[in-house]
Design a binder for this molecule. Structure first.
Ligand code: HEC
Length: 92
């Protein structure tokens, strides 16, 4: 699920791209997916909820930038880093 949503958000779509039409919904959905996984029990390491909160903040900023009509490439890049660093630390 998250990988499908992320696949549509990871880069700025070109105007004719069908992904361009669903960017705002996709960003809102990403925020929800992170929120849901932050509510379920995760790794006990105290760094984990912190990382998850950072990811929620970034996804929320991406969503509001898209709502404002921005492409927000910097938040897309920051989110990519956030997926990778958390997976490297907490996912085997
Ligand atoms: C704060 C930590 C954290 C962040 C940030 C994070 N993940 Fe994960 N992710 C995990 C952990 C832990 C697992 C393995 C446990 C599980 O499946 O719930 C996982 C599993 C997954 C899986 C496989 C299982 C599933 O639930 O589908 C996918 C795909 C995935 N992550 C994609 C992403 C993408 C894409 C991003 C960034 C947009 C991301 N994750 C950000 C911690 C994180």
């Amino acid at each position: 699920m998250i990988d499908l949503v992320w696949d549509r958000l990871k880069k700025v779509p070109s105007p004719g791209d069908p992904d361009a039409r669903t960017q705002k919904e996709d960003a809102a959905h990403l925020v929800d997916l992170f929120r849901m996984s932050s509510e379920s029990a995760g790794p006990v390491d105290p760094a984990y909820p912190k990382k998850m909160q950072e990811a929620i903040d970034l996804a929320t900023k991406l969503e509001s930038q898209l709502q404002d009509g921005q492409d927000a490439p910097e938040f897309r890049a920051a989110l990519r880093t956030s997926c990778r660093t958390c997976h490297r630390a907490f996912r085997d």
